[in-house]
Write a protein that binds this ligand. Structure first.
Ligand code: SF4
Length: 216
């Protein structure tokens, strides 16, 4: 174990970067607006399901005006299989309307502006800023990042915004965009929610949770 959290974080980054050289945003998109829509749809839904839905959706809806023009019922039906489709429809319609009214139909490039769009919280804003624009505004905290950060002893918090604050203090800014991708890849392949594969983990000797899952 490395007791100093910053040094442990640096070692975690070094090892995960080596283990997942191809880590990337799993939501298919060709521009910032598509990524915004895909990220809204990804709440409580797998990226695979979102990609199936957006493969059709992005051919039908080419920009914010198309989402504004669609009836609520039609859009709900088009995104139904991603779950929570009523709330997601409201968010997409509100965000599209505001993009048209205030930002000339373009996705803004600051956290403050993105948070004024309906249904866009820090996680969505960080995903869009980091992956569409290459702007490191914070650290994306999803279910995998939360779980792994706790298991690896990088945070004691459960609230996403507080976890993000802890991570921004530990992870150098140059890694803010990629760090969540490495953690998500590790969370999907090794540090699985229900049964982590600790004996196969490259972080085993520096993870405070190893002993909780592996009997001596
Ligand atoms: S040792 Fe186990 S709990 Fe720790 S990061 Fe690896 S898989 Fe997760």
């Amino acid at each position: 174990m490395i007791p100093d959290k910053k040094k442990r974080t640096a070692e975690i980054i070094k090892r995960l970067k080596k283990a997942y050289p191809d880590a990337h945003c799993a939501l298919n998109h060709t521009n910032a607006f598509e990524l915004l829509i895909a990220t809204i749809l990804s709440a409580q839904c797998t990226d695979e399901r979102v990609n199936i839905v957006t493969a059709t959706l992005f051919r039908k809806y080419l920009g914010p005006q198309d989402y504004v023009d669609a009836t609520t019922e039609e859009l709900e039906n088009d995104i139904r299989s991603t779950g929570f489709f009523r709330n997601k429809t409201k968010s997409i319609k509100a965000a599209s309307a505001r993009l048209l009214e205030v930002y000339g139909g373009e996705v803004p490039k600051t956290m403050g502006e993105l948070l004024t769009l309906g249904g866009v919280a820090r996680k969505t804003a960080n995903v869009v800023l980091g992956n569409a624009f290459g702007i490191a505004s914070g650290v994306v905290v999803d279910t995998h990042v939360s779980r792994l950060s706790q298991r690896l002893g990088l945070t004691k918090n459960e609230n996403a915004d507080k976890i993000e604050k802890d991570l921004t203090e530990l992870v150098p800014k140059k890694h803010w965009i990629m760090f969540p991708h490495w953690m998500i890849f590790h969370g999907r392949q090794i540090c699985i929610a229900r049964k982590p594969r600790c004996t196969k983990c490259v972080l085993a000797d520096i993870c405070p949770s190893y002993k909780l899952f592996v009997q001596p």
